[in-house]
Design a protein around this ligand. Sequence first.
Ligand code: BG6
Length: 489
Amino acid sequence: MAEQPLADVIVLFGGTGDLAQKMLFPSLYFLDADGFLAEGFGVVATARAEMTREAFVEQTRAAVAARAGEAGLDPKAWARFEKRLSYVGADGTTQAGAEQLKAAIGGAKAPMYFLAVSPSIYGRVCAALDAAGMTGPGARIVLEKPVGRDLESSKAINAEVAKAFPEESIFRIDHYLGKETVQNLLALRFANTLFEPLWNNLTIDHVQITVAETEGVGERWPYYDEYGALRDMVQNHMLQLLCLVAMEPPSDMEPDSVRNEKVKVLRSLRPVTRADVQTVSVRGQYTPGVVAGKAADGYEAERGQATNTETFVALRADIDNWRWAGVPFFLRTGKRLPERRTQIAIQFKPVPHSIFEGAAEADLVANRLVIDLQPDEDIELLLMNKAPGLSERGMRLQSLPLSLSLAKAYSGPNSRRRIAYERLILDVIQNNSTLFVRRDEVERAWEWIDGVADAWRESGMAPKPYAAGSWGPAGAFALIERSGRAWYD
Ligand code: BG6
């Protein structure tokens, strides 16, 4: 890791696209404003459209300003950042296009190529870069998800990319790994003595992971309809969260130490089969409803025709290893749910024996650790307390949170919430791949997801309707209640 030089230029393929404008340029600007980009670090955007540099700079300035919000752009920081920008109108899938880029990056020794384009052209872009002699040592490539639509297509893309770049120069992004609270999971688990001894099936009853969004699919349907919630969210973000909760302590933070542990978790996931798919999974699709007081269309109206794509998934995942035997992980994600919430809840088992009687015993509930990732970053440990005061019915107990609000703990002038891509881009510059997804990891995740998708197809499981603004189809409640548990809504 340390032997590689710092990247000295970033080439953004898809430079006029949504991801680049909404996330990548703002991230680069903030990194620059905070002094993380070396002098001379170049930012080259490329896309097919011909555009003058002025027009491109203006478009980018507007995008960065929109992201900066009320704080606005710092004129000095923008002036410095703007000088780094250049634009190349080229077809990056051809050698001629790559040659144009080569001229634009001049003598850069450690270019990083960020592919914010359709995965269907990853192979051709890599081949063009290779043919133009731009893939030598020092060069690195960043791939956005989805890397494939199933195991087979993922392997094909990975194989094409591998012809041009060695695995250690390939950075597969899962932007959830760039989120502060996701990294905080590592700190919570491995920088405290408190939790790790309890982090197993002797003490933990089950785990819930919820990624709920209020947004619908909207204009993104041409992409989304081909993928659905299982491939769009579970294959990557949710399985990454599951891995970070479930993995064994890595020996250090080196990329392979962490990734080896994640792969072991993925390999231990019990395959979902046709025989049990109806009991361990639920598919849903939103119909018209009301979200946050506003009428919302159903997915079919957005899509313009009937479709078999799910916009909601709930799953029971079992990890067949010593630590987690008998501890189900319940996952659910969906669009058009009542609130935006990304949350991990670790439910502990009840105390082995209650010394309390009557009301107090009835009040007794088991501890729970709730990690909120979005919209707020909070960690709460629900503990039992004696409710203050006197009661004719003896002592009363009450569950109260021991609460850590990260926003409050870290409030102050420099407390801007960073875009996940800032961390990730900086890591690529520094050639640190701990927070990136290794090839075998992405392929193991697809293997498990393919099992679910195949079982759905073989058993003819169509998505069940749910009204926009509800917590998914009734089956999602049955899925968890079958085991005597309930979602924390
Ligand atoms: C993306 C998915 O990877 O993650 C989107 O393609 C989803 O469908 C998004 O909305 C959620 O990301 P975040 O950071 O808003 O939780």
